[in-house]
Design a protein around this ligand. Structure first.
Ligand code: AMP
Length: 429
């Protein structure tokens, strides 16, 4: 019986895994520049964490969460997102009492949602994200947007576009909710089933319905901006001003409400355009109440999350992985028994110098060795047989350009240093 991979999951092998590590490393490096530290969290949590934290009104919790009873009868969930996870860790470890605020953490790892799999949509996917918790300051919200843009720019995206909106404070949302209920109620019979649900749970979510006729109606709905308090307007203005000053392209998108229940004030999404299509790579925003809701002190938070597979797809389309190098530095070509006997210790030396190296364990024909070196994507070959051993030399073969020269064994280290380090530097530029 051939066992299949679970629907909606995907394997990342070799270069694909390297691509994901690369994206993670760029985002991690940028987060570090902003004073964020890594946090690694459990994949399983009590399901109630997400019910209370992420919110029972969100599709993610209502329809898409992977829950199960463990052998001890606990109702657990595979995390569908990280924010509730991070907040739980902050409360469990009382981090807010031990550190200066805001706490700043970045994370990456898998998240799980039982969605209908399609291009760019998986049931197990990976996110990178950050959370800053414990300071309610509009500049902190803006900084989070700047950080996300900087990371996308470092990955090579030329025009990341920030879509920006304000969901206002709690009072505003309460009033606005009532206005939406009055507006949508008579229209409801002609709207989709999901909108009926959203109407009951969170009418704000009706604004980002993708069904075309519903979308039309949503465009004509009362605008949240007409209900914003002066304070919320100022917060949004600050975000606009900083983005303008920094020359970052942004658009106000009044339909942007984000799928999760906990957001308020400034929310954003980052998109790139590819062949006329807008691709949403990630988003986030400010959240006021989650820490308290989950049993912690009254601390505000702000964060964003990106979908690593989505970012990788977009990078692939833009050719941004062209310089990602998964080649091997050296392949050893021992010719004859004596050369083979010396090979493991030569490989050990090369690896100790920092060169990735492979060699054959058995006597192998030269033509086969060339094929193996090619499959291993080796950059250089070291070829040595009886003559070379006698003369204290080695044939250094450039496997890309098919050139070869004999060098003294004593000069090997210095020569390789020049060749491989120079190449590494030119990759980085
Ligand atoms: P969210 O937590 O819903 O704001 O999602 C953050 C980002 O995760 C999105 O912008 C997507 O890039 C990515 N994402 C969400 N759901 C999926 C999924 N099912 N498969 C792949 N990526 C996803």
């Amino acid at each position: 019986m051939e066992i299949q991979a679970v629907k909606g999951t995907h394997d990342l092998i070799g270069k694909d895994a390297l691509k994901m590590s690369y994206v993670e490393s760029v985002f991690s490096a940028v987060a570090t520049l902003y004073g964020y530290q890594e946090i690694r969290l459990p994949i399983i949590e009590h399901a109630s964490l997400f019910n209370h934290g992420t919110g029972e009104g969100s599709d993610v919790v209502r329809k898409e969460m992977y829950t199960f009873n463990d052998k001890g009868g606990r109702l657990l969930a595979l995390r569908p997102e990280f924010t509730a996870d991070v907040v739980r860790a902050i409360i469990s470890n009382k981090l807010y009492a031990k550190n200066d605020l805001p706490l700043r953490y970045f994370y990456h790892g898998p998240a799980f949602r039982y969605e209908r799999p399609q291009a760019g949509r998986y049931r197990e996917f990976n996110q990178f994200g950050i959370e800053a918790i414990g300071l309610n300051h509009p500049m902190l919200d803006v900084e989070v947007i700047l950080m996300a843009v900087q990371a996308f720019t470092m990955l090579g995206f030329e025009h990341p576009i920030v879509y920006l909106n304000s969901l206002g404070d709690e009072e505003t949302r309460k009033k606005y909710r009532e206005a939406l209920i009055s507006y949508f109620e008579p229209l409801l019979p002609n709207m989709c089933e999901d909108c009926h649900e959203r109407f009951k749970i969170n009418p704000l979510r009706m604004l980002d319905c993708k069904v075309p006729s519903d979308h039309e109606l949503a465009l004509k709905a009362p605008k949240l901006r007409d209900y914003l308090s002066e304070e919320s307007q100022k917060r949004l203005e600050l975000a606009r001003k900083v983005l303008e000053e920094e020359g970052i392209e942004y658009r106000i998108d009044e339909q942007l409400v984000r799928g999760l229940d906990y957001y308020g004030e400034v929310v954003f999404e980052i998109q790139v355009e590819n062949q006329g299509n807008r691709l949403a790579l990630g988003g986030g925003g400010h959240y006021g109440k989650m820490v308290k809701e989950l049993g912690g002190p009254d601390l505000a938070g702000v964060g964003f999350a990106i979908g690593l597979e989505r970012v990788m797809d977009a990078m692939e389309k833009e050719g941004l992985f062209a310089n990602l190098d998964d080649s091997l530095d050296l392949y050893l070509f021992p010719l004859g028994k004596e050369a083979l006997a010396k090979t493991p210790s030569l490989a050990l030396r090369m690896r100790a110098l920092g060169y990735s190296t492979l060699f054959p364990y058995e006597e192998t024909k030269l033509s086969t060795l060339f094929k193996k070196a090619e499959k291993a994507k080796a950059r250089y070959g070291l070829i040595y047989g009886e003559n070379e051993l006698k003369n204290g030399t080695v044939q250094l073969r450039d496997l890309k350009n098919q050139t070869q020269k004999e060098i003294a064994f004593a000069d090997l280290e210095e020569t390789l240093d020049h060749l491989l380090l120079d190449e590494e530097e030119s990759h980085e530029h």
